[in-house]
Ligand binder design. Structure first.
Ligand code: NAD
Length: 446
């Protein structure tokens, strides 16, 4: 079954159907129509999957997607055009350029936490770049996955952009097939399996993974601003995973977060804006991380609803289990550090994170944090905003992933940049002669 789907996508790609720019634009506009027409159904599916609030659906998933589509539609001709490059003396009268061209059939494997954005954003780039693409949404967000499978063929060419639903075995079956690129979003354990499967066919990969993204709060900052953000129950790849701050401000940080959480009213559990954990396994996993701690804030849970209150834990030792794996839930440990040097050291001796956040009014602190650490992306004095700009490449580094996307970066990531040199024959005698033996050209001409 999976084999036939991939085969058909490839045949259609090879027939050249996905290449004409007008076709790509038409498909992208149709995808835009799907989002506009079906926004209500998409929000309902997300409510069923993850109790996503109606307000958050456009904000966290659909607006970004629509921006990606309209950017691709308006810039496609420019992105797909040959890109002239500098010439040397020997090639001065030739045409020398880079031609972006489609790779072939792309496999897109999405994750459950943003089931629409994480499958459709790569798809926008795949279509724009002229590829065929097989879309495999996460089985954990099952309502979104089946809605996507029902909707996509009504709006897009179904041979070129099929949706395959399923879990581990279906994904592994897909991974046995040969693709021209695999774009995977999810955890790093599966990321390694994807890379292994891709290696068998020498298929390039984009791996959008996760990890522990630190948030350093300097003592020199307005704490009300620093403690203001909280979305999707912490189930966001670039969510601040833990806070680093000096002991002297720890209690004020906790207090700042308490004030922020009043957004949800006195009881987050009854707030329509507060989500739930995706499934029981993840609920148990997140709760187990809390074992042995007393929460400074929150700590309540209800397994029947997979509800976990926004929870803050103070004075977490660096070697605690909470600090070993990505939390991906509404728990926020605070680890105290003695100063900026200590914070930088703490971050640098761990795996390279997907994101780093720094809150400070002190330019020197910001400058040092930027210069002396690395991460996929960084936002200073806010969280997650670097993700929202499609002019910035989004992706990880080291263990947090490989490859980048958003806007033109997705187009480039899913294109082959072909080096093209079209020689002008007119110059052969004058320009090319010195290249050929014998080296003594005077002699050769005689
Ligand atoms: P998930 O469980 O939905 O898995 C992701 C995909 O992998 C799914 O489509 C699933 O079917 C497939 N899969 C699972 N097990 C597999 C196996 N054994 N073989 C082949 N395929 C398999 O999502 P998840 O991994 O729980 O997602 C959460 C993780 O993803 C977190 O680490 C998070 O940080 C990361 N994430 C990263 C980004 C990013 O853009 N960098 C975005 C979202 C999530």
């Amino acid at each position: 079954m999976e084999m036939q789907v991939v085969q058909r996508a490839r045949e259609n790609f090879l027939a050249g159907r996905s290449r004409p720019l007008e076709f790509r634009v038409q498909q992208l506009k149709s995808l835009q129509r799907m989002i506009t027409d079906r926004q209500g159904e998409i929000a309902t599916a997300l409510k069923q999957d993850i109790n996503r609030s109606q307000y958050d659906t456009p904000l966290l998933e659909l607006i970004g997607l629509e921006n990606e589509i309209s950017l691709a539609v308006s810039k496609l001709a420019q992105w797909a055009a040959p890109r002239p490059v500098e010439k040397s003396l020997l090639t001065i009268s030739d045409q020398v350029y880079i031609q972006p061209e489609p790779l072939g059939v792309v496999l897109i494997i999405g994750a459950w936490n943003y089931p629409w954005a994480l499958t459709l954003q790569p798809l926008v780039g795949a279509i724009a770049a002229g590829n065929a693409a097989v879309v495999k949404p996460s089985e954990l967000s099952e309502y979104s996955a089946s809605l996507l499978k029902a909707l996509l063929p009504r709006y897009l060419d179904q041979e070129l952009y099929p949706v395959v639903c399923g879990g581990v075995s279906e994904t592994q079956e897909l991974l046995r097939q040969r693709f021209d690129h695999i774009f995977y979003t999810g955890n790093s354990t599966v990321g390694k399996l994807v890379m292994e499967a891709a290696a068998r066919h020498l298929t390039p990969v984009t791996l959008e993974l996760g990890g522990k993204s630190p948030c350093y709060i300097d003592k020199d900052v307005d704490l009300r601003v620093a403690c203001r953000s909280f979305v999707n129950c912490g189930q966001t790849c670039i969510a601040p995973d833990y806070i680093l701050c000096e002991p002297s401000i720890q209690n004020r940080v906790v207090e700042g977060i308490r004030q922020t959480l009043l957004f949800y009213g006195p009881d987050p559990k009854s707030s329509p804006d507060y989500g739930r954990i995706i499934n029981q396994r993840h609920f148990n996993r997140v709760m187990a991380l809390l074992d042995g701690y007393t929460a400074a804030l929150g700590g309540q849970s209800d397994s029947s609803q997979r509800y976990i209150a926004p929870t803050v834990v103070k004075d977490v030792p660096p070697h605690a289990r909470l600090m070993q794996e990505e939390i991906f839930g509404p728990l926020l440990p605070i680890v105290t550090v003695s100063d900026i040097d200590d914070a930088i050291h703490f971050i640098s001796e761990r795996e390279k994170p997907l994101a780093i956040y720094v809150f400070s009014s002190n330019k020197k602190v910001i400058k040092r944090m930027l210069a002396e650490t690395t991460s996929g992306g960084v936002t200073v004095n806010d969280v997650m905003m670097h993700y929202t700009l499609n002019s910035l490449p989004f992706g990880g580094v080291g263990q947090s992933g490989t490859g980048r996307y958003h806007g033109k970066h997705t187009f480039d990531q899913l294109s082959h940049h072909r080096a093209c040199l079209v020689k002008s024959l007119g110059m052969e005698e004058r320009v090319n002669m010195p290249r050929y033996p014998p080296q003594n050209h005077q002699k050769a001409r005689r």
